[in-house]
Design a protein around this ligand. Structure first.
Ligand code: ZN
Length: 52
């Protein structure tokens, strides 16, 4: 189990719970970890801004 801190909301997330997020995190060590909740929100916001 590995705890990482979301760079967006600052919440500590246990990656044992978020297996899919952990897979992404392992492949992007140099990038900021963003928790699934924030990822979903960012994706929704991106979709909104691209919808025009
Ligand atoms: Zn977050």
């Amino acid at each position: 189990m590995e705890d990482v801190k979301c760079q967006v909301c600052g919440k500590t997330v246990s990656l044992e719970i978020w297996n899919q997020a952990y897979e992404q995190f392992k492949h992007s060590r140099d990038h900021a970890f963003i928790c699934p909740t924030c990822q979903a929100r960012i994706r929704a916001e991106a979709k909104d801004s691209q919808g025009h």
